[in-house]
Design a protein around this ligand. Sequence first.
Ligand code: PMP
Length: 337
Amino acid sequence: MTTAPVRTDTLDLIGNTPIVLLSGPSEAAGCEIWGKCEFANPGASVKDRAALYIVRDAEARGELKAGGTVVEGTAGNTGIGIALVANALGYKTVIVMPDNQSREKMDTLRALGAELVTVPPTKFADPNHFVHTSRRIAEETDNAIWANQFDNVANRRAHIEGTAPEIWAQLEGRVDGFTCAVGTGGTLAGVGMGLKAQDENVRIALTDPHGAALFNYYANGELKSEGSSVAEGIGQGRITANLEDAPIDTQFRISDEEGMDWVARLLREEGLCLGLSSGINVAGAVALGRQLVAEGREDARVATILCDSGFRYLSTLYNAEWLKKKGLPVFDWLGSS
Ligand code: PMP
């Protein structure tokens, strides 16, 4: 019997997540597909890692002092991570979020004690974009830092030093491929760099949703988007500082419908309730697995990220009305009402 970890500090509950072999995806790919269970973090998403690293980095640089405030613009999960970390360390939290994100995330942020500011979704070039609004609030607040997750590379360091070595150790030093989608790029770039440091032959793939510009960028050098996606937390239109020098070998583009297929199968066949970015990641991992198998590597091992829990999307991804409104297929067990 192995003993579950014992911790003496609640912040040590962040990271060191389990990894699980996904049976349906492995069968579909013809090789092993592993999912890193980031929904098992205290804030129920991969972003707890970045939140902790960003706050610790600001403390170490002397920018965040006792009683200070952490301000951030976020699709939600980073805000939840920051609110928990800030509570544990005695800081206040102000979160700016586009108002088209799930109700659950907004309710969660308020419940955790964060001050929530919502703004209409708009282009990055607009000064009222949630990212710029959060920077302005940080500048106007006493003893505050702007977490700046997109361009603060403390974000990807969480994955270089945490997620990547964990995956490497959990899979006993045999990883052939890794892929995930990009929001800030912290996870893909950080895990990519961390795994390449162990073995430069690990194939690192971008899995891009529709509506994001990175697939075209890595395929042919042009930042250009096509289509759209309802997936929250992913889909990037520029090369963030976290993405600079990311060791990306290949890329896949995955539709919401394909991602939803895996969300449905993982829930109904394997008992995992996940958000859409996880489904898109698994679809990408299956594509990467198939690519490796087609090259004769039937024993390939591919890892991806199960980013957050589906419980965060009961009013969206798991709601028949909402899915119909978005023109997406309704999961058959939800019925039509
Ligand atoms: N999935 C979800 C649900 C997220 O909230 C995020 C973070 N924006 C990501 C994936 C992408 O992670 P990263 O910011 O590290 O690219």
